[in-house]
Design a protein around this ligand. Structure first.
Ligand SMILES: [Zn+2]
Length: 619
């Protein structure tokens, strides 16, 4: 989901504070990589989860047992927690408890759990339960699902939310394998970022195994009334019964995408590639949980127009899940590589015309962001986060500037050489984490072959550590967008909507069209536009572009539609611009708050915190 100078490793120690735990001795909490864990001392290597999901109490409870490696003979294991209730901790299967301390809570980071261990301790078992403040867990009432009969639960662990449902070393630099047993009410299915059942079990007990080591942000659980449809031997979709056939049709190209990706950058290493379509409150387009991508139902548009998100999540199976950003400041190593890879898949599957339109729309979003804050280091590739919450929306640089940087390298060295370089990169660093510094030195050695002049010539330091877009950025081009602009100009000059040449336009073309009719539009022209093209029933992205026009032009007949959209859709990227636009005027702010009061209970915490800030929400 969703950046400098060359920094010494010490800078990553974001804070050192002494926390006193009420009644107990002080816990010294050291925060590195947004985590209290100290993997250089004691590292967890494998986890066994035994969990019970209680929809009545909205609590996940059970045990997390860790195999640990004590590298320094330390006497404490540090885990991250966020609003967890820790019941007891035992070592190596003993019945006797060991002592532990929970430090005070810090905003963003939660509380450190310091567990007393022995130098020879091999296994630590924590019994715990979640609380109502579990930021990474979304409990949905039946009415918030498509079927309306059963409750639903999903987790979102990226970036540092895993600690709100599993005590763990919540640090992208630590990888673990895991197994799990999860008990859910009969009639519901449990699925994880692991090997999954394809059918419901009679007793509501599900077992999982994830033999490839993953960072904690890829821990994931979903529970609901879902069914499976296979697309191939290794690809398929899970969704609520009323949605599953539509989803299988929409994502029918998953196997083809996987084959193309393998042709470009080597074998898919996670065995299974499935997608689960979640209820609409899911805050992201997709989340690349290994073996089981989580996706918003907005992608099921009925015309395969939004499947680039599936290509994106698939691409993360290489960039992100296999070679992982070492810190959240290196997020572009996940997202820039993935956006580049996604567009290469889209190009192979649907042609250069399609991938160039995606690149142009992405660039436009990024340029808008630069225009707002030209000097912000949030528009650098490496974003020096310090203690900032990585779950704040970080903007487009990791994605779009990252994409353009890789495209620049491709254009300089040619596809064949660049692809060989990327394949080697994925193979060399498979199942490891990567920092920006380490990548740049690999790049210098392997692609630049030690030629220091190329660093200057390509302005690599500017790309990575400075704000904005360097002047040697590649420019995506699309003839199709030029044709769209001609039609938009004609309409602005007064040509009736019904006479425009819009046959076979893709959703990208419609979004571009709507962004180009940028001037006050009278109510009757808004009405005739919608009468001609029916934006109200377009896919979720085109509809959002239309609703932006509705807000800009205070087109009241569509306010009902706006409200329905904002209450139904929880994907942050879709709703944020609408709230932002509304908040620009007093009337708009009033309307936004009125709608948000209804919408907020259905949103996930990451969307809530973004919209709370836009609307200065105090409840
Ligand atoms: Zn991504």
């Amino acid at each position: 989901m969703t950046r400098r100078r060359v920094l010494a490793a010490a800078v990553f120690i974001a804070a050192i504070s002494v926390l006193s735990c009420s009644g107990g001795p002080a816990v010294t909490a050291e925060i590195m990589n947004h985590s209290y864990s100290r993997p250089d001392e004691v590292v967890t290597t494998n986890m066994f989860l035994d969990l019970d999901v209680d929809f009545d109490r909205e609590v996940i409870s059970g045990t997390a047992a860790f195999d640990i490696k004590n590298k320094t003979g330390a006497d404490k294991l540090y885990l991250d927690t966020w609003a967890l209730r820790i019941v007891r901790v035992t070592l190596d299967g003993d019945t006797e408890e060991t002592s532990f301390e929970l430090g005070d809570s810090l905003p963003v980071f939660g509380r450190p759990l310091a567990i007393d261990i022995k130098p020879h301790t091999k296994m630590v078992m924590v019994q715990y339960e979640t609380t109502a403040d579990a930021r990474g867990v979304q409990w949905l009432k039946p009415v918030q699902t498509a079927g309306g009969k059963h409750p639903f639960l999903y987790t979102q662990s990226q970036s540092i939310l895993a600690r709100s449902w599993v005590p763990c070393q919540d640090n992208p630099g630590v990888r673990i394998t895991y197994d799990a047993r999860v008990h859910v009410p009969a009639g519901l299915m449990a699925l994880m970022s692991a090997s999954n059942a394809k059918e419901e079990t009679a007793d509501g007990v599900y077992e999982f195994s994830m033999p490839q080591p993953i960072p904690s942000y890829l821990l994931a659980l979903a529970v609901g009334d879902v069914e499976y449809r296979a697309i191939s031997d290794r690809c398929g979709v899970y969704a609520e019964p009323g949605m599953v056939d539509k989803a299988a049709w929409e994502f029918a190209d998953m196997e083809k995408m996987t084959e193309l990706a393998e042709e470009m950058y080597g074998p898919y290493r996670w065995e299974q590639f499935d997608v689960i379509v979640l209820p609409p409150s899911f805050p992201y387009g997709g989340m690349e949980n290994p073996r089981l991508t989580f996706a918003t139902p907005i992608l099921v548009a009925g015309d395969r127009s939004l499947v680039s998100t599936i290509a994106h999540e698939l691409a993360h199976s290489w960039s992100g899940n296999l070679v992982t950003n070492g810190t959240w400041s290196d997020f572009w190593l996940n997202e820039g590589f993935t956006t580049y890879f996604e567009r290469r898949i889209m190009e192979r599957l649907y042609g250069r015309g399609r991938s160039e339109m995606d690149a142009m729309l992405g660039l436009k979003e990024f340029e808008r962001e630069i225009a707002e804050e030209p000097d912000s280091l949030d528009t650098a590739l490496y974003i020096p986060l310090g203690q900032r919450d990585p779950d704040e929306e970080l903007g487009w640089a990791p994605y779009e500037k990252g994409y353009l940087f890789l495209r620049l390298l491709e254009e300089r060295y040619g596809r064949e050489r660049f692809d060989a370089f990327l394949t080697r990169y994925f193979n060399t660093f498979a199942f490891q984490s990567m920092t920006t510094e380490k990548f740049v030195s690999y790049l210098k050695k392997e692609l630049f072959e030690g030629n220091e002049k190329v660093m200057k010539e390509l302005k690599v330091e500017d790309w990575i550590y400075k704000a904005g877009l360097p002047d040697n950025a590649p420019r995506p081009k699309s003839d199709r967008f030029e044709k769209v602009e001609a039609q938009a100009a004609a309409w602005v000059k007064g040509k009736p909507a019904s006479e425009l040449r819009t046959k076979d336009w893709s959703s990208q073309e419609w979004q571009h069209f709507l962004s180009k009719i940028d001037q006050p539009i009278a109510a009757e022209r808004m009405a005739s536009l919608n009468a001609a093209f029916d934006f109200s029933s377009a896919n979720g992205e085109v509809q959002r572009s239309w609703l932006l026009k509705v807000i800009e032009n205070k087109y009241e007949p569509a306010y009902g539609e706006l409200e329905t959209y904002l209450v139904r859709v929880g994907r942050r990227w879709l709703v944020r611009p609408l709230y932002t636009k509304l908040a620009e005027t007093d009337d708009g702010m009033f309307l936004a708050r009125k709608i948000y009061r209804r919408a907020r209970p259905g949103y996930h915490s990451v969307t809530v915190s973004t919209v709370d800030a836009i609307l200065r929400w105090k409840g």
